[in-house]
Design a protein around this ligand. Structure first.
Ligand code: AP5
Ligand code: MG
Length: 215
Protein backbone atom coordinates (compact mmCIF):
# COMPACT_ATOMS: atom_id res chain seq x y z
CA UNK A 1 0.00 0.00 0.00
CA UNK A 2 1.47 3.35 -1.06
CA UNK A 3 -0.30 6.31 0.48
CA UNK A 4 -0.11 10.06 0.94
CA UNK A 5 -1.70 11.80 3.92
CA UNK A 6 -2.45 15.49 3.44
CA UNK A 7 -4.13 18.29 5.34
CA UNK A 8 -3.23 21.63 6.93
CA UNK A 9 -0.83 22.03 9.89
CA UNK A 10 -2.35 20.39 12.97
CA UNK A 11 -4.97 18.44 10.99
CA UNK A 12 -3.84 15.19 12.61
CA UNK A 13 -1.66 13.78 9.81
CA UNK A 14 1.01 12.53 12.20
CA UNK A 15 -1.53 11.13 14.68
CA UNK A 16 -3.37 9.16 11.99
CA UNK A 17 -0.12 8.17 10.26
CA UNK A 18 1.16 6.56 13.46
CA UNK A 19 -1.98 4.34 13.59
CA UNK A 20 -2.05 3.59 9.86
CA UNK A 21 1.64 2.64 9.77
CA UNK A 22 1.20 0.24 12.67
CA UNK A 23 -2.04 -1.31 11.41
CA UNK A 24 -0.84 -1.85 7.83
CA UNK A 25 2.86 -2.46 8.66
CA UNK A 26 4.18 0.27 6.38
CA UNK A 27 6.78 2.91 7.25
CA UNK A 28 5.53 6.37 8.22
CA UNK A 29 7.69 8.83 6.29
CA UNK A 30 7.22 12.39 7.55
CA UNK A 31 9.41 15.09 6.01
CA UNK A 32 8.77 17.28 9.06
CA UNK A 33 10.01 14.51 11.39
CA UNK A 34 13.04 13.92 9.14
CA UNK A 35 13.92 17.63 9.23
CA UNK A 36 13.48 17.78 13.02
CA UNK A 37 15.83 14.80 13.40
CA UNK A 38 18.38 16.48 11.09
CA UNK A 39 18.09 19.68 13.14
CA UNK A 40 18.70 17.83 16.41
CA UNK A 41 21.74 16.12 14.86
CA UNK A 42 22.96 19.49 13.50
CA UNK A 43 23.57 18.08 10.00
CA UNK A 44 24.01 20.54 7.08
CA UNK A 45 20.47 19.71 5.90
CA UNK A 46 19.20 20.29 9.43
CA UNK A 47 20.87 23.69 9.71
CA UNK A 48 19.46 24.76 6.36
CA UNK A 49 15.97 23.42 7.16
CA UNK A 50 15.88 25.18 10.54
CA UNK A 51 16.15 28.62 8.94
CA UNK A 52 12.93 27.94 6.97
CA UNK A 53 10.98 25.91 9.55
CA UNK A 54 11.45 28.51 12.29
CA UNK A 55 9.68 31.06 10.06
CA UNK A 56 6.96 28.66 8.95
CA UNK A 57 8.29 28.70 5.39
CA UNK A 58 8.83 25.65 3.21
CA UNK A 59 12.29 24.11 2.88
CA UNK A 60 13.39 24.38 -0.80
CA UNK A 61 11.84 21.74 -3.09
CA UNK A 62 15.13 20.25 -4.27
CA UNK A 63 16.45 19.63 -0.74
CA UNK A 64 13.17 18.11 0.41
CA UNK A 65 12.75 15.89 -2.63
CA UNK A 66 16.29 14.50 -2.40
CA UNK A 67 15.60 13.56 1.21
CA UNK A 68 12.44 11.72 0.18
CA UNK A 69 14.11 10.09 -2.83
CA UNK A 70 16.78 8.60 -0.56
CA UNK A 71 14.24 7.46 2.03
CA UNK A 72 12.00 5.74 -0.52
CA UNK A 73 14.97 3.68 -1.69
CA UNK A 74 15.43 2.13 1.76
CA UNK A 75 14.47 -1.53 2.08
CA UNK A 76 11.50 -1.03 4.42
CA UNK A 77 9.75 1.20 1.86
CA UNK A 78 10.02 -1.26 -1.01
CA UNK A 79 6.56 -2.77 -0.62
CA UNK A 80 4.68 0.22 0.72
CA UNK A 81 4.84 3.52 2.60
CA UNK A 82 2.83 6.38 3.97
CA UNK A 83 4.15 9.83 3.07
CA UNK A 84 3.14 12.56 5.55
CA UNK A 85 3.77 16.20 4.61
CA UNK A 86 5.15 15.51 1.16
CA UNK A 87 4.49 16.64 -1.53
CA UNK A 88 3.66 20.19 -0.45
CA UNK A 89 4.10 22.11 -3.71
CA UNK A 90 3.20 21.48 -7.35
CA UNK A 91 6.95 21.14 -8.08
CA UNK A 92 7.37 18.48 -5.35
CA UNK A 93 4.37 16.57 -6.72
CA UNK A 94 6.03 16.55 -10.16
CA UNK A 95 9.32 15.34 -8.67
CA UNK A 96 7.51 12.62 -6.72
CA UNK A 97 5.86 11.50 -9.94
CA UNK A 98 9.33 11.17 -11.53
CA UNK A 99 10.65 9.13 -8.58
CA UNK A 100 7.64 6.80 -8.74
CA UNK A 101 8.04 6.36 -12.49
CA UNK A 102 11.75 5.54 -12.07
CA UNK A 103 10.78 2.86 -9.55
CA UNK A 104 7.80 1.64 -11.62
CA UNK A 105 5.33 2.20 -8.79
CA UNK A 106 2.31 4.43 -8.13
CA UNK A 107 0.33 5.97 -5.29
CA UNK A 108 -2.82 4.01 -4.38
CA UNK A 109 -4.63 6.73 -2.44
CA UNK A 110 -4.34 10.26 -1.07
CA UNK A 111 -6.07 10.80 2.28
CA UNK A 112 -6.96 14.43 2.95
CA UNK A 113 -7.96 15.40 6.49
CA UNK A 114 -10.47 18.25 6.41
CA UNK A 115 -10.33 20.46 9.54
CA UNK A 116 -11.46 24.03 10.34
CA UNK A 117 -8.82 26.70 11.15
CA UNK A 118 -10.09 27.21 14.74
CA UNK A 119 -9.60 23.52 15.49
CA UNK A 120 -6.13 23.58 13.90
CA UNK A 121 -4.99 26.44 16.13
CA UNK A 122 -6.36 24.68 19.24
CA UNK A 123 -4.64 21.44 18.34
CA UNK A 124 -1.30 23.03 17.51
CA UNK A 125 -1.13 25.27 20.56
CA UNK A 126 -1.72 22.30 22.91
CA UNK A 127 0.56 19.85 21.14
CA UNK A 128 3.50 18.30 23.01
CA UNK A 129 6.09 15.97 21.46
CA UNK A 130 8.39 13.37 22.97
CA UNK A 131 12.04 14.43 22.64
CA UNK A 132 13.14 10.80 22.40
CA UNK A 133 10.63 8.92 20.22
CA UNK A 134 8.65 11.76 18.60
CA UNK A 135 5.20 10.57 19.75
CA UNK A 136 2.57 13.28 19.88
CA UNK A 137 0.41 14.35 22.83
CA UNK A 138 -2.04 17.18 23.56
CA UNK A 139 -2.56 19.05 26.83
CA UNK A 140 -6.37 18.57 26.61
CA UNK A 141 -7.16 15.71 24.23
CA UNK A 142 -4.23 13.32 24.56
CA UNK A 143 -2.57 13.68 27.93
CA UNK A 144 0.27 11.41 28.97
CA UNK A 145 -0.31 9.24 32.04
CA UNK A 146 2.46 11.17 33.84
CA UNK A 147 2.74 14.93 33.31
CA UNK A 148 5.57 15.86 30.90
CA UNK A 149 6.60 12.25 30.25
CA UNK A 150 6.06 10.02 27.21
CA UNK A 151 3.85 6.95 27.93
CA UNK A 152 5.82 4.93 25.41
CA UNK A 153 9.47 5.60 26.34
CA UNK A 154 9.45 7.95 29.35
CA UNK A 155 11.09 10.69 27.24
CA UNK A 156 10.64 14.37 28.06
CA UNK A 157 7.73 16.15 26.34
CA UNK A 158 8.36 19.53 24.71
CA UNK A 159 6.63 22.09 22.49
CA UNK A 160 7.81 22.40 18.87
CA UNK A 161 9.66 25.65 18.15
CA UNK A 162 7.35 26.35 15.18
CA UNK A 163 4.17 25.84 17.24
CA UNK A 164 3.96 29.51 18.31
CA UNK A 165 1.09 31.72 17.16
CA UNK A 166 3.01 33.87 14.64
CA UNK A 167 4.69 30.92 12.93
CA UNK A 168 1.46 28.92 12.87
CA UNK A 169 -0.35 31.75 11.06
CA UNK A 170 2.35 31.75 8.40
CA UNK A 171 2.30 27.93 8.13
CA UNK A 172 -1.44 28.10 7.50
CA UNK A 173 -1.02 30.84 4.87
CA UNK A 174 1.73 28.83 3.15
CA UNK A 175 -0.49 25.73 3.24
CA UNK A 176 -3.43 27.48 1.56
CA UNK A 177 -1.16 29.12 -1.04
CA UNK A 178 1.24 26.29 -1.92
CA UNK A 179 -0.23 22.96 -0.83
CA UNK A 180 -4.02 23.10 -1.01
CA UNK A 181 -3.97 23.51 -4.83
CA UNK A 182 -2.41 20.01 -5.03
CA UNK A 183 -5.67 18.47 -3.86
CA UNK A 184 -7.30 19.33 -7.17
CA UNK A 185 -4.55 17.48 -9.06
CA UNK A 186 -5.09 14.33 -6.99
CA UNK A 187 -8.86 14.73 -7.30
CA UNK A 188 -8.49 14.85 -11.09
CA UNK A 189 -6.45 11.63 -10.96
CA UNK A 190 -9.24 9.96 -8.96
CA UNK A 191 -6.90 9.36 -6.00
CA UNK A 192 -8.27 11.82 -3.42
CA UNK A 193 -10.34 10.75 -0.41
CA UNK A 194 -11.50 13.59 1.83
CA UNK A 195 -12.02 12.55 5.43
CA UNK A 196 -13.69 14.68 8.09
CA UNK A 197 -10.86 15.32 10.55
CA UNK A 198 -12.96 16.97 13.27
CA UNK A 199 -13.90 13.86 15.29
CA UNK A 200 -11.81 11.93 17.81
CA UNK A 201 -8.50 10.36 16.73
CA UNK A 202 -10.08 6.90 17.08
CA UNK A 203 -13.26 7.77 15.12
CA UNK A 204 -11.22 9.27 12.29
CA UNK A 205 -9.00 6.19 12.17
CA UNK A 206 -12.12 3.99 11.81
CA UNK A 207 -13.09 6.06 8.77
CA UNK A 208 -9.56 5.82 7.36
CA UNK A 209 -9.65 2.02 7.69
CA UNK A 210 -13.03 1.87 5.97
CA UNK A 211 -11.60 3.86 3.04
CA UNK A 212 -8.41 1.80 2.87
CA UNK A 213 -10.37 -1.44 3.02
CA UNK A 214 -11.59 -0.62 -0.46
CA UNK A 215 -8.15 -0.68 -2.12
P1 AP5 B 1 5.31 19.14 9.52
O1 AP5 B 1 6.02 18.54 10.66
O2 AP5 B 1 4.82 18.29 8.43
O3 AP5 B 1 4.15 20.04 10.10
P2 AP5 B 1 2.68 20.41 9.55
O4 AP5 B 1 2.33 20.04 8.19
O5 AP5 B 1 2.58 21.86 9.88
O6 AP5 B 1 1.75 19.51 10.35
P3 AP5 B 1 1.84 19.20 11.83
O7 AP5 B 1 2.89 18.17 12.09
O8 AP5 B 1 1.93 20.50 12.59
O9 AP5 B 1 0.39 18.62 12.14
P4 AP5 B 1 -0.22 17.19 11.92
O10 AP5 B 1 -1.22 17.28 10.84
O11 AP5 B 1 0.83 16.14 11.80
O12 AP5 B 1 -1.00 17.04 13.29
P5 AP5 B 1 -0.72 16.12 14.58
O13 AP5 B 1 -1.13 14.70 14.30
O14 AP5 B 1 0.63 16.36 15.14
O15 AP5 B 1 6.25 20.26 8.86
C1 AP5 B 1 6.92 21.21 9.67
C2 AP5 B 1 7.75 22.13 8.80
O16 AP5 B 1 8.76 21.37 8.10
C3 AP5 B 1 6.98 22.86 7.69
O17 AP5 B 1 6.37 24.05 8.16
C4 AP5 B 1 8.11 23.15 6.69
O18 AP5 B 1 8.88 24.23 7.11
C5 AP5 B 1 8.97 21.87 6.80
N1 AP5 B 1 8.53 20.86 5.81
C6 AP5 B 1 7.97 19.65 6.09
N2 AP5 B 1 7.67 18.99 4.95
C7 AP5 B 1 8.07 19.81 3.93
C8 AP5 B 1 8.00 19.72 2.53
N3 AP5 B 1 7.45 18.65 1.92
N4 AP5 B 1 8.48 20.75 1.80
C9 AP5 B 1 9.04 21.82 2.37
N5 AP5 B 1 9.11 21.99 3.71
C10 AP5 B 1 8.62 21.00 4.49
O19 AP5 B 1 -1.83 16.71 15.59
C11 AP5 B 1 -1.71 18.03 16.12
C12 AP5 B 1 -2.21 18.03 17.59
O20 AP5 B 1 -3.59 17.77 17.62
C13 AP5 B 1 -1.54 16.96 18.47
O21 AP5 B 1 -1.38 17.48 19.75
C14 AP5 B 1 -2.57 15.81 18.50
O22 AP5 B 1 -2.50 15.05 19.68
C15 AP5 B 1 -3.87 16.56 18.35
N6 AP5 B 1 -4.87 15.84 17.56
C16 AP5 B 1 -4.66 15.20 16.37
N7 AP5 B 1 -5.82 14.67 15.91
C17 AP5 B 1 -6.78 15.01 16.83
C18 AP5 B 1 -8.18 14.76 16.90
N8 AP5 B 1 -8.82 14.06 15.98
N9 AP5 B 1 -8.88 15.25 17.97
C19 AP5 B 1 -8.23 15.98 18.94
N10 AP5 B 1 -6.89 16.23 18.92
C20 AP5 B 1 -6.18 15.76 17.87
MG1 MG C 1 2.93 16.17 11.73
Amino acid sequence: MRLLIMGPPGAGKGSQAELIAKHYSIPHISTGDMFRKAISEKTPTGLLAKSYIDKGELVPDQVTTELVRGRLKEADARDGFLLDGFPRTIAQAGMLEEILQEEGIKIDLVINLVVEDDTLIRRISGRRICKTCGRTYHVDTKRPAKEGECDHCGGELFQRADDNEETVRNRLAVYYRETEPLLECYQAKGLLKNIDGEGSIEAIFEEVKAVLGGI
